[in-house]
Design a protein. Sequence first.
Length: 266
Amino acid sequence: MAGFMDILGSMMQQGMSQSTGTRMANALGAGGSGGSLSDILGGLAGALGGGQQTAAAPQAGLGGLGNLGGVVGEVLGGLGNNKAALGGLGALAGALLGGGRSSARGAIGGGGLAMLASLAISALRKAGHTPQSTPRALLEPQTAEDQQALEQDAEIIVKAMINAAKADGKIDDDEIQKIVGKLQEDGLSEEEKEFFMTEANKPMDIDAVIASAGRQPEMAAQIYSASLLAIEVDTPAEQQYMQQLAQGLGLDPQVTNHIHQFLGVQ
């Protein structure tokens, strides 16, 4: 079976659009009151290692989950010292700084899931909704079944991002080759590369993406956020796609407006 966490990590590190990295940085708090990415990376390292700073962020000054900045810090701050989510976010921040390693692709994927889950929870809360449950990406996996459930969540997100990239008709061949090249660089298996190519060449199917949310608001908001990471939303076709996606997922405008704000999407 394809390793969907690995695939997601490679996709996020490569970037599905020119704005992917910037939008993830906004979610982590860089560019706003949360400080720079280097600060954030140092805060993550400090929370993991008892306050130790890293060479990548010598002036971090961030003491733990509640002080990371951005919506990620807001949500994780209330979940205790979740080392799995925290380590993944550290890998994601390191990748955005250009220090991500291919061996960390699964951790980057896990960090991406934690970031998307944080966005979802925060957007729902700010829109006046009480989340029905805590997304799995924000909980410490306890069993092999928990880890498998995370892989299933990663599969949903990967498919949603690939589908969104088809909003203008199909994924550009150059973009496909860039991501395939990243998959090869990261040492992903032939099965994983074949999965990506198969999904990229399928016709767009927004109904399948909507159905994958399972009528769960938390997953719906994660799918919407991931889709915003995959496209620029600067063409009528992409704007229409996101509108149809929000409507199909049952997300009210307040929730989607908060997600746009968190990611810095106009």
